[in-house]
Design a protein. Structure first.
Length: 344
């Protein structure tokens, strides 16, 4: 019986909860209009910044927003998978605080490898392999019983220190045709960063929202005990979620390095808040108030547009960081209220 369940999607009688599936009914107490909140916020942001400065909607500025948002979104997709599979309890559930430093590490590994004479394809594969290896370490530690928050915090410290030592805290120039193409090239007239973002988004949307793996990941995150009874092995999905997160962080790091034309030590820590906000804020784009890939994409573009708009208005970066922190608190408050409603 267990074997049969492992090769086919759980039926409604074996699924832990109808709300665990991406297409299931909305949570009790959440009216249909809730899913429109996030989109209305994004619309209000665009309108306000457009009225405040005529440069906001300029084509080159919109490209900058999407290019910057692509980094947050791709890394955020990985964080979203971790949250979906591990549950959205920040203390006990799925969280990956190492995603930022792994993005930074990916760019550094690629840059160092290219400078050492390694062909670009091999350097890119090496960078992604190193990122995935740290994801495996995270996933192994978590399934062995270490809290995800502590595990990924430790990895964040280790990787952050290693990158500073390896680079002597000096940025590494990245002059390579492939990375030049990633930064300023195009595919059939569409800028390369946009193509990469859309490609990763479509793949992750199909996997999370339309595959057996995605359905079971939601099931594990909602109720791992019931998922086990249904024949699903939670440890397999939980460990895999951290590998996926690290791999996507590596892809985001390559995009970031190409955008900066260099691998910059410490850059991963600077973008962590944006990635976390993109992942957790995705709940406001869902009528069921759950983390999703589409919501993560919208959140990432919102965050990038927010930083860009404040920069155009001359607002100091410290205030931008304060606003992002406030948004994270608001999103976590919404998640807490949602869980309290569900338990009634």
């Amino acid at each position: 019986m267990s074997t049969a369940l492992e090769t086919s999607p759980p039926t409604p009688t074996t699924t832990p909860s109808p709300t665990s599936a991406p297409g299931g009914p909305r949570r009790r107490g959440t009216p249909a209009w809730v899913g429109a909140i996030g989109y209305l916020v994004v619309l209000a942001e665009v309108v306000l910044f457009s009225l405040a400065t005529d440069r906001f909607l300029a084509p080159e500025n919109l490209f900058n927003i999407v290019s910057q948002g692509a980094v947050y979104a791709i890394a955020g997709f990985g964080l979203a998978v971790v949250i979906i599979t591990g549950g959205d309890d920040v203390i006990k559930g799925g969280i990956d605080l190492s995603t930022g430093v792994l993005a930074g590490l990916s760019g550094i590994v690629a840059a160092v490898a290219i400078q050492a004479g390694l062909p670009t394809p091999a350097a890119v594969l090496l960078a992604l392999a190193v990122s995935a290896l740290f994801g495996l370490v995270n996933g192994t530690a978590v399934v062995l019983g270490v809290r995800p928050l502590l595990t990924t915090l430790a990895t964040m410290g280790i990787v952050g220190s290693v990158t500073f030592v390896a680079t002597d805290n000096v940025k590494i120039p990245l002059n390579d045709p492939f990375f030049d193409w990633l930064r300023g090239g195009d595919v059939l007239g569409v800028p390369t960063p946009v193509v990469v973002l859309l490609g990763v988004y479509l793949v992750m949307s199909a996997l999370v929202g339309g595959s057996t793996w995605g359905l079971r990941s939601y099931a594990v995150g909602q109720n791992p005990v019931a998922a086990t009874v249904a024949g699903i092995r939670p440890t397999r999905y939980i460990a895999g979620s951290y590998i996926v997160s690290a791999l996507l962080a590596g892809i985001a790091g390559l995009l970031l390095a190409s955008r900066l034309s260099a691998a910059v030590p410490g850059i991963g820590g600077q973008i962590l808040l944006d990635i976390v906000l993109a992942g957790f804020m995705s709940v406001v784009f869902s009528r069921r108030l759950v983390v999703s890939i589409t919501g993560t994409l919208m959140s990432a573009l919102f965050v990038a547009a927010l930083a860009n708009g404040f920069t155009l208005l001359g607002v100091e970066s410290q205030w931008v960081g304060a606003v992002k922190g406030l948004l994270i608190l608001l999103v976590l408050a919404v998640a807490a209220i949602r869980e309290r409603t569900v338990r009634r």
